[in-house]
Design a protein around this ligand. Structure first.
Ligand SMILES: Nc1ncnc2c1ncn2[C@@H]1O[C@H](COP(=O)(O)OP(=O)(O)OP(=O)(O)O)[C@@H](O)[C@H]1O
Length: 598
């Protein structure tokens, strides 16, 4: 059988091929939508493909498959139908999946070690952290975390789709709102994981839309970015967008451009052009790291523009970026504060999905405000993909990510917790005993439950100030922590109050910045109106027989009005400047030691 050039295939054909390979349970691990590659198919493969696809997809050598769109759609439908997709009817409200990326060549060359073990079958992750005792001898501390799915480095993007978005597609057709977040430190694989998902989801959605009962439903795609506290349209030349709340407290992203999409290939193109527009900031730590949240939204709408369902893909800013609040550059500090705030608010909003929380902090950040409707209602579903790097160098961030993800699901009411050691829940006393044991070793869980909530960053940083703890006796090789949430209640802060004042000040500054810019914009609009009135006044006064008293009276009114506006804007500017100065001083007194505890 021939070699097939995967890259030369149309997107639908790629999906079709992957679906068929999966059906054969022979999915090539290293082949996915993003990477492409050459696929070697044997005669038996050809038979299978031929049987499943019918005449619409005949395998031909490299890139000669140019069927009509209709034929491709038919073939894609058949292929998707043939693929094993036994999704639950009512998928869980919150699903937390962890994905470890493979160690790369550079890391190997630098002698870094892979310290993360993933047990996919029993869905837990163990991080092997090397620590130092007081006498400077090394010991190993193992941290175990259980999730809904734990995926190791061999897992393909298609597999990720099957355990994350795949099960949610049909809920979209029942007024469902689903959102999928990629969380993790810079370079942990968020974008690698997130980008193929919309392409794959579009293939499934378009298959649904091809059915007669969904003929009146259309797929609309939009993409925007939240950078600092500003929002930009990534599919409309980075146009600045305003986020407004209407009378019904519905948050709208005003002016966001939407594309009506009928082909999977178009989604791919949209992703590519959004990528080009996406802002990347530079920090001392990483020169090309993303410091913005990017959100791609699929809206299913009827011909009369009624929303049927919504699916959002959110590639979050690097989670460690919140630590930029200790950076030397003020702008970087402010952006860091906004990232921190949004990640905290996000965690709370997701947790509220499954609890009876009365107050959901949507307004806590721009990110959660724009996603508000995706968190509301019985049909709201959320998937959090926690991406982790494998090496010892990233251990703090990896633990940080796993703790964050752990807390996202911690409060779930229906938590069908998998017991450590693979014991299943239910009436099994061994399960309860195991959970009990898991929560006991060092009081970590108890401490976390009552702890004041903090930024994920701070959890990691806080661990740094802990004095080295000797290893537990008789536990050098065993797992000594299970879902070990950070110890919070037992840490001593000498300047905790100051940290919290700094946090509040950052919040105030972010709000004031927004108010100042809005007020400035409004003032310009009003000034233009005033200029028009002044021009009219001048024209009037130039007329023969004009009344100079009237002119003087009107001019005085206009000038007073102008002055009032300027004084008001200057007041806002003054307060903002004062707060910036105050923050600058505070950040210096906190210094690196203070910042470490953030
Ligand atoms: N599962 C994986 N398999 C193979 N390569 C991967 C995997 N995950 C990530 N990578 C590679 O690791 C690198 C970093 O991944 P990626 O850019 O997705 O990280 P990120 O978390 O999005 O970082 P940033 O926050 O800077 O955007 C990339 O070169 C990517 O191709």
């Amino acid at each position: 059988m021939a070699d097939i050039d995967f890259n030369a295939l149309a997107p639908e054909e790629k999906q079709q091929l992957l679906a068929l390979m999966r059906m054969k349970k022979k999915a090539p691990r290293d082949l996915d939508v993003q990477n492409g590659g050459l696929l070697d198919l044997d005669a038996h493969d050809g038979d299978l493909l031929g049987n499943a696809c019918g005449p619409a997809m005949q395998l031909s050598p490299m890139g000669q498959q140019q069927q009509g769109r209709q034929q491709q759609a038919v073939a894609a439908q058949q292929a998707a139908a043939a693929a094993p997709q036994e999704y639950p009817e009512d998928p869980e409200k919150i699903r937390v999946v962890v994905r470890k990326r493979p160690i790369n060549k550079k890391e190997r060359e630098k002698g870094e070690d892979d310290i993360v073990d993933v047990n996919m079958e029993r869905s837990f992750v163990v991080v092997n952290e090397t620590k130092l005792k007081v006498d400077l001898t090394k010991y190993l501390e193992k941290h175990q975390f259980n999730f809904d799915e734990s995926l190791d480095e061999s897992v393909s993007n298609e597999d990720v789709y099957q355990v994350t978005i795949g099960p949610l597609i049909h809920t979209l057709f029942k007024n469902g709102k689903a959102s999928c977040f990629a969380y993790g430190q810079t370079g942990s694989g968020k974008t690698y994981t997130m980008q193929p998902l919309p392409i794959r989801a579009a293939a499934d959605i378009l298959n649904f839309l091809a059915k007669p009962q969904f003929r009146d439903i259309f797929l609309h795609v939009s993409c925007f970015e939240i950078y600092g506290n500003k929002t930009f349209d990534l599919l409309n030349s980075r146009k600045r967008l305003n986020i407004l709340e209407d009378g019904k407290r519905q948050v709208c992203v005003v002016g966001l451009k939407e594309y009506n999409v009928e082909e999977v290939g178009i989604v791919k193109q949209l992703i590519e052009s959004a990528n080009q527009q996406r802002s990347v900031g530079t920090t001392a730590a990483n020169s090309d790291s993303s410091r913005s949240h990017s959100i791609m939204q699929f809206a299913l709408k009827t011909g009369s523009d009624k929303l049927v369902g919504k699916l959002s893909f959110i590639d979050l800013a690097g989670s460690e970026r919140g630590a930029d609040t200790s950076d030397n550059n003020r702008q970087t500090r402010l952006e860091g504060a906004e990232i921190n705030k949004s990640l905290l608010a996000l965690k709370e909003c997701i947790r509220a999905l499954d609890s009876d929380a009365r107050h959901v902090p949507f307004r806590g950040s721009k990110l959660t405000a724009v996603l508000r409707d995706s968190f509301l209602g019985d049909q709201a579903r959320t998937v959090m993909i926690a991406n982790i790097s494998p090496t010892n160098v990233s251990v703090e961030h990896t633990l940080n990510t796993l703790r964050y993800a752990d807390r996202v699901k911690e409060l779930r009411k229906d938590k069908a917790e998998r017991a450590p050691g693979g014991v299943t829940p239910g009436n099994n006393p061994a399960y309860h005993a195991a959970v009990e044991r898991a929560h006991q070793p060092d009081g970590a869980m108890a401490g976390a439950a009552g702890a004041r909530d903090r930024s994920p960053l701070r959890d990691v940083k806080m661990n740094r100030v802990r004095p080295p703890t000797p290893p537990p006796i008789e536990q050098p090789q065993g797992i000594n922590k299970v879902n070990a949430a950070p110890i919070s209640g037992d840490l001593e802060y000498d300047d905790d109050e100051e940290m919290s004042r700094h946090e509040d000040l950052m919040d105030t500054i972010l709000e004031e910045e927004e108010q100042l810019i809005t007020a400035h914009r409004m003032q310009i609009e009003e000034t233009m109106d005033v200029v028009r009135r002044e021009m009219a006044l001048l024209t009037e006064v130039d007329q023969p027989g004009s009344m100079i008293d009237k002119y003087v009276e009107k001019l005085e009114m206009i000038l007073n009005q102008k002055m009032e506006k300027i004084v008001d804007l200057k007041g806002k500017l003054g307060r903002f400047k004062d707060h910036l100065k105050e923050e600058e001083l505070m950040s210096k007194t906190l210094g690196p030691a203070g910042a470490r505890k953030w």
